[in-house]
Each structure stands twice: as structure tokens, then as C-alpha cells.
Write a protein that binds this ligand. Sequence first.
Ligand SMILES: Cc1ncc(C[n+]2csc(CCOP(=O)(O)OP(=O)(O)O)c2C)c(N)n1
Length: 686
Amino acid sequence: MALKNSTSGAIIRDYSIEDLKDAASLMRGYDLVALCAAGSGHAGGTLSIMDITAALYLKVADHDPENPSWPDRDRIIWSTGHKAPSLYLGLAFAGFCPPEDVALLRKLWSPYQGHPHWLKLPGIEVSTGSLGQGLSIGVGIALAGRLDGKNYKTFCLMGDGEQQEGQIWEAAMEAGHYKLDNLIGIVDCNRLQIDGKVSDVMNVDPLDEKYRSFGWEVLRINGHDMTQVVEALEKAKATSGKPTVILAETVKGKGVSFMEDLAGWHGKSPNFEELKKALGELGLLETIPYQKLLDMAKYYQVEVDRQLDAKMPKFKRNYWWNAAENMKVKMEPTRKGFGQSLAENGDDERIVCLGLDISGSITISDFYASKPERKRRWISMGIAEQSATSAAAGLAKEGKLPVLGTYATFAAARNLDQIRTSVCYGNFNVMIAGAHGGVSVGPDGATHQALEDLFARCGLPNMSVVVPCDAVETRKATNYLLLHHQGPKYIRFAREATPVVTDERTPFEFGHANVIRFRGEKTNFAEAFETGLAAEYDNEGEDLTIIACGPMVPEAMRAAWILKADFGYESRVVNLHTLKPIDEAVILLAAKETGVIVTAEEHQIGALAWRVSSVITESTQLYGVPVITGAIGVKDRFGDSGAPWELIKEFEVSAEHIAKKAVELMEVKRAGIGEKQEHLFAGQVR
Ligand SMILES: Cc1ncc(C[n+]2csc(CCOP(=O)(O)OP(=O)(O)O)c2C)c(N)n1
């Protein structure tokens, strides 16, 4: 069994236990270099799983780097997708790609995405990143192997926190039921997850008994003892009549003293000093050309920057955020406002917050951070979005005000049917936070970039949807939704720091949009604009309207500045923070009064654009009125790893793209249709 030539059957290299230990150590070093070069990623789990990775890729699995899709190869599924760098290094050391290239981890257009994408790198078996799905894919692959009369084995790598996902147990049941002895699960039992100890967040033990009761053979080993690892893997391959799970006891951060057994190193990468210290501890300072690799990553980045810049629409000046001497803006993550509101309002005894193992990052833990007495109303649910959603419905049924949140994609898609049936159909007062929405979540890549969540949210009867534009508006929106709004509600915000463009005086009324007008350049960006409720706004005869929501509102404002400064166009910017119920009046007036509407959303085009279009097409008030429309948003593609602001450029959701589209539409308006419009609009008043 091993790395072999698929044509001749010859073993490419027969690794001894000592060789494997050396390889695992080197892989740890390359892993840390890649994480340092990326500036983000998961040190703890990639280190805990590295010995298993080396044993699997270099010794136990039958595969051939020269023939990655060899039909008889063993399949390896990396269900624990955030540990992608260890997978990449397993492939690299097996010869599928150069180990040096892994230093391009998490960079734009790189095959080494934040989470594995099988269409980007030969050798990756399936794309993962949403936890808990790999074992089910493994069941499918194992069943296919059986149907095809193949002898290959399917390995599935999982985390112990990941065991909290209910889907794992559906797959475990299926594998037991079908006695899939060609399926082998491996659990990296490092006892930690993001929010702390697995036993505290949501105990999964006794895993041995659980798997055994589902009809599995269970092997428990020390996941850092190479002999035990290899023996267990070989034994699992030879087991017949039932699937095998290997429960590998490991240490998170293994090999680096200051990372070992610390939850804080889950989603963290070493800085340069930490990297050198870690490589020193691993005895690799002289072995790994870390400076050369970091430089290589830097050069790659320079080229990315150059190509991105070449693609950006150009104007007379550089209008990018804080690039000029004036128009300075403060940046703050929108998610901060969510935590601030929970901290402020949390004394209300009805409020119950549900943790989904990403609590600090999305700020939901601010609910109890400085008020330990609220901890009794903090319910950790583990990584179990579906059950938590239905549990929230149960809490709401009994008069509580439940709040839950995680990455928007897991808070909106993973649990869609639970939201639909348990929450919306019952019209329960459940607040769901879709955090880290849009491409701007950055280097985690496509699996973590919710670009479709608002479609489903807006399509659900009874659901209200708010997408606030900055941290201040997020706080106000949360205040309202939490305590004053009855029924299911979804609030979506971003992870990256984005411009703060509102203040305490800026109105926020649920369901009622604001109009924002550029009044001339100022020292501070926000002061260059005047904002008021759309219902109180008097037509100023602007040339066009830009309707935006979320962090695209500041981009729309910047576009208004570009359009005025470079083209003399006056723009009516509409902050449509409430997507549902939609403020129809503001859209109809914009259509009638300006005749040109550009929508801007950090989402697949349509959550905002098609809702605005449907208001326009359904209104009898606009019969015969020509309206020129354009839409800015993601164009029917999945996301990518990259820095947040790079992705704003790559996915064409910047002010520059809005302004370019607006100019294009204005040319249409001015080319004649516009004159007719002006005639038509002349007789219409508010
Ligand atoms: C469905 C889903 N929910 C949430 C996340 C965010 N997330 C990434 S890693 C992680 C913790 C995983 O814990 P564990 O499986 O124990 O991995 P380890 O601690 O070994 O890194 C979470 C919650 C995700 N990727 N997928």
C-alpha cells in the first residue's frame, strides 16, 4: 500500500516511520510559513492533524501524483475544510504540487484556496469548508465504489467539534446500515474548537460508543504516535463487514510550544517573529527557505495588485478610500454594532442568545462579555445550525426573544428549511444574524462568502430583512429588531471594517429608506453628504439614482462623489437598509424623478436588483414611463480567496464600478430617451 505508479504498480517511495515523522515535521514548518505569508488561517488544527496527514498521503493511501484521477486510487475527503493547508502539504509531499507553492495560500486566483476546491488543484477529492458534509460525500463515494466493483477505500478527515453537526450522524447511520467497509472516518480529537473546549461548547463524547452503536468499528489512538497512526490506518483498510472510525487523540497546535492546546490559535496565523520562533522549535530554521517563500508570496501579491488595478475603471483622480488629502473616513466592522446592541439591551430577561461556535468573531458574545449574570441566558449549541434554528423557534414559542448568528452562509443556507418551517411558517419572533456576509469576508474563500443568502431570506413569507450600511446603523437596526419587531427577522452584516457614514442623528426607521445627497468635498467623507428620511425628501431634479444596501451604501456615496466631480452628475443615493418590507415609494419616486436607477449589492445580482425591478415593473404609476436600469453585484459566480478590498475590486462591487455603470446609463438617457422622459416626468408630482 502506498504512493505508487498507477501504470506499473511500482511503489514510488516506501516511507519508514522515521521518514514519516521527518516529513510531518517539515510539513508543519511549511504550513506555518504559508499561514504567515497569508496573514490568516488556522494554525491550531493544521498542526494537530499533520502526523495523520503524512501517514495517509505518503504511506497508506494508494495514489499516484502523475495520475491524480486514477480510477483505482483511494479517495481522501477533507471534511475539516479549514485545515486545507495540511491537505495541500500532504499532496505536495506526495508529489502532486511543489511544497513551495503552498506559500500562495489564500491569495487571489491561487489554487491554494482558504478551503479546498477540487476544481482548482488536482489531487483534492472534493470541495469542503462547510463542516459536517464530508462523511456524507464519503458515503456516496463508497457506495459508488461498491456499485462499480472497485476496491478503493474512502478516507474522511473530520474534527471533534465537527461531530456536533447532525449530518455526520445521518452519514454514520447510512454507513453502518450499508456496512460500508470501504469507508474510514478519522476524527482529529484535539478537544478544542473556536469557542473553547468541545466538552463545554457541546459535548460529543463518548464518540466511541456513539460510532459503535451505529455499527462502526472503532479504533482509538494517539494521533501523534506515527506507528499507531500507520497501524490504525492499515487496520482500517483491512477491516471487512463494517466501516471504521479512527478516533485520534491529538493536541491542537502540536509541535509549537506557544500554540499547543490553546483555543486562541484556532483561526490565527503566526507573524514573522512567531514564525521564526516556531521554526526554531521545530528545528527547521536552516531547512526551510522561509524568507524566500515569503518573498515569493509577496511578488505574487504585487502581480495580483497590478492586474487588479489594470482592470479597475479609471477616473480623473484616485477616489479610493482615504487616498486623498480630504474626504477621510473612519472604518469599523459593521458586526461591532450588533454586539453593542446586545450588550446594551441584554438585561431584558426575554433575550436568549444561542452560540454557534463563532461567537467572539460575530460579536454575539458581547451579550454577556461584561455581564456574567447573563450567562444563564447564553446557550451554546455547538456547530449545529439546523437544530439551533428550530430550538430558537421553540424558545420564541414560549415567549423568549432568541438571537442566533454565524457566518451568513451557515445562518441562512445550511438551515433554510428550519428557518422556513420552524420559524417563518410559525411566524416566530426569532432574530437571525447573517454575519460575515458578502465577498469582503476575504481569504476564507467561496465556501464562507454568502452571496445568495438574501434571495432565500426575502422569499420567505413573514420574514423581515435588514442590511445595515455601517456599524452605527447595525446597532440601531439591532435595537429595533430585537425589542420592537414581532416575527422572524434576518440582519446581515460584514466582517471587514467598512466606512462609517452615519451617526447618532442619522434617521433609521425600519421599512423606510434614507436619501443621501453629496453636497461637496469636506475634510471628512461623511460630512460631505446630507442624509434624511426618503419620505421627507424633496426632489432636487438629480440625474440618476443609486439604490444600495449594506456596505455598498458607502460605495454608492463614493460613486456619487466621483460622478459629480468627474462628470457633473447629481446622484440621489438611496440607502435601502430594509430589503423586506421594501420601501416602494422611494423606488417609484426615484424612477419617475430621475429615470435612471443603478442598484448596488454585495451579493449575487438580484436580491436587491430584482426586488427594485419588481417594484418598477408592477407599479401602475410607471405605465409608459421609461426607466433605465443597471445592476452592480456579483455576476453568478462563486467567491474566491483574497484580501477583502481586493475582492471588492475583483467582483466589481466598488464605487468605481457603480460610477462606470451610471455613466453608461446616463449616456443612454442623454442619447434621446432621456429627453422623452423629461417630457413625461414634467407633469408628474409627488
Ligand atoms: C457548517 C459550518 N459552521 C461553522 C463553521 C465555522 N467553523 C470553522 S472551524 C470551526 C470549529 C471546528 O472545530 P473542530 O471540528 O474541532 O476543528 P479543530 O478545532 O480541530 O480545528 C467552525 C465552527 C464552518 N466552517 N462550517
